[in-house]
Design a protein around this ligand. Structure first.
Ligand code: GLA
Length: 463
């Protein structure tokens, strides 16, 4: 039940409450179970006790050193062609959806005219299939001359003239995943070529590499080759994804070389694919969450919002959870035909603010309760984001009761907080005391995303 903050309730009749502050499954920061019997007159003592307990808990594992290129201090935001346009080379039959200069110029125009840039989506990124099948006579990669008649430099100029940044794709091995020339043996030349062209981000794939050692060495080498060019180039890796089948990745080490890194399979335009990514992330959170931070992020792959495979509620779930996971927000959709509803979701300022929160801590799954999953993310200014997903795929909306004391390691609402629902629709949910409960309703496969702001007992102002 919603309990509006009311100072007189602090001195009401004695009331016996069972408070269970649980940081359960996979909260990497704190593994405690506190069960307390409180009277309302004992609440202040309870608060003090909880703070004492929390003071004894390691507040966070220190983050590993990040790649020192000053980039990706918040998760990268932009557009990436792969999931929506894949490797469409047929510009005769499908001039509007083949991988061509025209596609990227149109997207650049729309990123500016339709508010994407203003919302924070800055990087316009080319994925696989931009290259000509052969390197040039000096060993440099070249764009397909028919599909990119002005080459990458002209496209980069165009993108820059719009105030955007350009991303490109290459591969650490002998060939890209789609069979175009790989960078193995050409790391320095390719890094310099990208810098000369004015590229601002490199997605470096891991197909067709002969050994795990060459894979690791190649990712490291390319990191320093990019650095040596002197140009600021965000380095987006897939190193752990290709390592995982053979060896547990060392994420602390990867963070020293990459600005973000994919660990899990390619996203598809389907609910099953989004669920697989979420389930993998929660199952691995003890390994990956503490590694993320300014300069280096876990990358659960592209946003597929605005395409064909996700229902409205599932799109809400992707947006909410990508914000909780501090994920790079790289949309792969068609900005020329996106629905106003999907656009509003992708441009939701408050949700983007959670994704881009300056504290830079990735969220985690706090608990699974039947078909409900509760996730939380610490934010700057002692605020928290809370996401509750209804994973039941039969029936209608279900109610879930949040025990306020369980949020934010027991302190998000101590002694009180103000809660705003951001998704699926924005609603002020008012003031809540530490000991109260909040009942929400969630559609099947949907998510309710909340922002919790701490308030002091007496002043009702931000602490
Ligand atoms: C791999 C990557 C994808 C995409 C394709 C391109 O599968 O994981 O994101 O870049 O290659 O071929």
């Amino acid at each position: 039940m919603t309990s509006l903050f009311n100072s007189s309730s602090l001195i009401g009749p004695p009331l016996r409450l069972n408070l269970k502050a649980q940081a359960t499954r996979g909260n990497p920061y704190c593994m405690i179970t506190v069960t307390m019997q409180l009277r309302s007159t004992e609440r202040q003592l309870g608060s003090a006790l909880a703070l004492c307990i929390l003071a004894l808990i390691p507040w966070g594992i220190p983050r590993a050193r990040a790649l020192d290129n000053g980039l990706a201090m918040t998760p990268t935001m932009g557009w990436l062609h792969w999931e929506r346009f894949m490797c469409n080379l047929d510009c005769r039959e499908e001039p509007d959806s083949c991988i061509s200069e025209q596609l990227f110029m149109q997207m650049a125009d729309l990123m500016v005219s339709d508010g994407w840039k203003d919302a924070g989506y800055e990087y316009l990124c080319i994925d696989d299939c931009w290259m000509a099948p052969q390197r040039d006579s000096e060993g440099r990669l070249q764009a397909d001359p028919h599909r990119f008649p002005g080459g990458i430099p002209r496209l980069a100029n165009y993108v820059h003239s719009k105030g955007l940044k350009l991303g490109i794709y290459a591969d650490v091995g002998n060939n890209t995943c789609a069979g175009f020339p790989g960078s193995f043996g050409y790391y320095d030349i390719d890094a310099q070529t990208f810098a000369d062209w004015g590229v601002d981000l490199l997605k470096f794939d891991g197909c067709h590499c002969d050994s795990i050692q060459l894979l690791a060495d190649g990712y490291k080498y390319m990191s320093s080759a990019l650095n040596k060019t002197g140009r600021s180039i965000v380095y987006s890796c897939e190193w752990p994804l290709y390592m995982l089948p053979l060896q547990q990745p060392n994420y602390e080490e990867i963070r020293q070389y990459c600005n973000h890194w994919r660990s899990f399979a390619d996203i598809y335009d389907s609910w099953q694919s989004v669920k697989n990514i979420l389930d993998w992330t929660s199952s691995q959170q003890d390994r990956i969450v503490h590694v993320a931070g300014p300069g280096g992020w876990n990358d659960p792959d592209m946003l597929v919002i605005g395409n064909f495979g996700l229902s409205w509620d599932q799109q809400v779930t992707q947006m909410a959870l990508w914000a909780i996971m501090a994920a790079p927000l790289l949309m792969s959709n068609d900005l020329r035909s996106i629905s106003p509803q999907a656009k509003a979701l992708l441009q939701h300022k408050d949700v983007i603010a959670i994704n881009q929160d300056p504290l830079g801590k990735q969220g985690y799954q706090l608990r699974k309760a039947g078909n409900f999953e509760v996730w939380e993310r610490p934010l700057a200014g002692l605020a928290w984001a809370i996401a509750v997903t209804n994973r039941q795929e039969i029936g209608g909306p279900l109610s879930y009761t949040i025990s306020i004391v369980s949020l934010g390691r027991g302190v998000a609402c101590n002694p009180a907080c103000h809660i705003t629902q951001l998704l699926p629709v924005k609603r002020e949910l008012g003031f809540h005391e530490w000991t109260s409960e909040l009942k929400i309703r969630i559609n099947p496969t949907g998510t309710v995303l909340l922002r919790v702001e701490k308030r002091s007992h007496t002043s009702k102002t931000l602490l």
